[in-house]
Design a protein around this ligand. Structure first.
Ligand code: HEC
Length: 92
């Protein structure tokens, strides 16, 4: 029983440590999209975008269009992508 509890605690800790959308955003997106998703020199605003679109941008990238630069796919694991997509979608 004790072992099961320890394992569960380890899993929960690992999940929260890795799936912190705000932390992933700060590390992987902020430099191009601004601290609060408001847009910056490199790229436009992303705040409030649908999570599914954000996830697609992360995994597939965004092609250059209409004078805007391209975004290359960002290499992060699926849990981080989901967490950061939810975080961006919730930004106002
Ligand atoms: C090296 C710079 C760079 C980084 C890092 C970056 N992006 Fe982008 N992103 C761009 C560019 C350039 C575009 C396309 C042009 C634009 O939307 O301004 C773009 C477009 C997007 C779009 C589509 C916006 C739209 O209007 O449809 C989303 C969503 C997005 N990025 C999310 C993210 C997320 C989430 C991360 C972090 C995991 C991230 N980006 C990291 C440069 C970057």
């Amino acid at each position: 029983m004790k072992r099961i509890v320890m394992t569960l605690a380890a899993v929960l800790f690992a999940t929260s440590a890795y799936a912190d959308g705000a932390a992933v955003y700060a590390a992987k997106c902020k430099m191009c999209h601004g601290a609060a998703g408001e847009g910056a020199k490199m790229a436009g605003a992303v705040k409030g975008k649908a999570a599914a679109d954000v996830k697609k941008a992360i995994t597939a990238g965004i092609p250059a269009a209409g004078g805007k630069k391209e975004m290359k796919p960002v290499k992060i694991d699926a849990a981080d992508a989901d967490a950061v997509a939810a975080f961006v979608a919730g930004l106002k």
